[in-house]
Design a binder for this molecule. Structure first.
Ligand code: ZN
Length: 78
């Protein structure tokens, strides 16, 4: 079955896309807080960025791990 039709791939890819978006958005908010010299917001956002970064890495890793199982399953089929 083609990669695009695996529901688990789609699900994991969606999760990764959301996690990436949230990380990028948090980084943008942190930068704007720093530009405003808003120390309190910047400190809080630093933690948000760190957590979002971990979540992003986990989501991308999960997708890659799952996707790799397809490659093994259909070796030689291409
Ligand atoms: Zn899949």
């Amino acid at each position: 079955m083609p990669d695009g039709e695996c529901p688990r791939c789609k699900e994991l890819l969606d999760e990764a896309a959301v996690a990436i978006l949230q990380h990028v958005r948090a980084v943008g908010q942190l930068e704007s807080a720093r530009l405003r010299r808003d120390e309190a917001a910047a400190t809080a956002l630093e933690r948000v960025v760190r957590e979002a970064s971990l979540k992003r890495e986990n989501a991308v890793t999960q997708y890659h791990h799952h996707h790799a199982t397809h490659g093994m399953a259909k070796s030689g089929a291409a």
